[in-house]
Design a protein around this ligand. Sequence first.
Ligand code: ACO
Length: 365
Amino acid sequence: MTDDSRAYSPGLEGVLAGETALAMVDGANGRLLYRGYPIAELVERGTYAQVAELLWTGEWPVEAHLACAPVPDEVLAVLRALPPTTSPMDALRTAVSAWGAARRLGWPPTVNEARAITAFAPSALAAFARLRDGLEPIRPDPGLPLAAGFLSQLTGAPPDPAHARALDAYLIVGAEHGFNASTFAARVIVSTRSDLASAVAGAIGALKGPLHGGAPSEVVNQLHEMGTAEEAERWMRDALARGERLMGFGHRVYRAYDPRAAALRRVAESLAGSAEWLGMAVQVEEIALRLLAEHKPDRVIQTNVEFYAAAVLQGVGLPPDLFPATFALARHAGWTAHALEQAAANRLIRPDARYVGHGPRRLPV
Ligand code: ACO
C-alpha cells in the first residue's frame, strides 16, 4: 500500500472534473441554462433543432431544420439480426456502433458529424421498434422535424401536431445537463482521440443504468400500481414505510423544484390525450410532496424531471419501454456538443487511483 494523502471523493462527488460553457445547472436555485438561456424560455420559444445548433455552435439560429436521416442498409441488417426481446437501449447502442463502423469517423469530431448522428438515431430506434413487432421500417420524411419524423416512423401515420410539439419540448428539456455520468463517459472517450460514434455508444451504455436514465418508466409503473388518486396516499405511505423510494422525486443536484419538471408539466397540460392520466399525476404529486416532507423533514425532496417526462411520453403515445431510449435521443445533442467542446481543448482524461491492495510479494511456490 502506498502512502497517498491526496483528497479522494467517492463517485467524484463535488470534484471539478472539467470546464464547460454548455449548461449551467444551478441546483440550489432550481435553474438550468443552456449557453445562458433559461430552459423554460427555450421550451416556450425554441425547437429542438435550434437548441441543438445552439449547443453545437454557440449561436442561436433564427431558423433551423433537423430531419431524421435514413438508416443505412448495413445498420438495418444489424437491427434485423437482433432478437425482438432486445432492450431498446441495447438496440440503439448497437445501431450507433454499427453506424460508426459504416461511416469510419475520424478525429476531431465535427459539427456535421454531430448533426448526422443526432438525425440518424431516432430512425434507428423507430426501425427497431417496428422490426420487433414484425413490421417493416419506414423511410423518414425529410420535410418533418426530428420529433415528428420519429413519431411517424414509429406509427407509419402522419403525427398529431400537438404530439410532435410535446415530444419536441421533451427533447429540448433532455438535451443537456452538465457533467452527468453518460456525458462524462462521452468526454473520456473523445479525450483519447477516439471518434464520435464510439463516444455516443459509450454514453448510451452509461445512460442505460437505472441510477441514471431508467426512472420515467418506473413512474408509470408506480402510478399504475396505485390505481386511483384515492388509493394513492395509502400506497405511498406503505411504500415509504417499507423503505422504498417514490419514483420521480428527489435529485442529487436540485434542492429546489427541478426547472425541467416545471417546463414539462406545462407541456403535459397542453396534451388533451393525457388529461385523465395527468389529472391523477397532479394529485399524486401533491400527496407525494406532503408525505416526503413528513418522511424526511430535514431534507428537501422535490419533484424531478422524470415525473412529468413520464406524463408527456405517455401522452404522446410512446410505450413505456421506449422511454429510456427516447431520453437517449434527446441527449444526443448534449453528448455530441460535449464531444466537440472536449476536442477543442483536449487533454486526455486520465485520473489517478489510490492503491489499496497488497504490498509487493512473491508468487506462491
Ligand atoms: N422517495 C423516498 N425517499 C427518498 C427519495 C424518494 N424519491 N429520494 C430520496 N429519499 C431519501 C432516501 O431514502 C434517503 O434516506 P436515508 O438517508 O434514510 O437513507 C435520503 O432521502 C437521501 O437519499 P440519497 O439517495 O442519498 O439522496 P440523493 O440526493 O443522492 O438521491 C436520487 C437522488 C437517487 C435521485 C433519489 O432522490 C431517488 O432515488 N429518487 C427516486 C428515483 C428517481 O426519481 N430518479 C430520477 C432522478 S432524475 C434523473 O436522474 C434524470
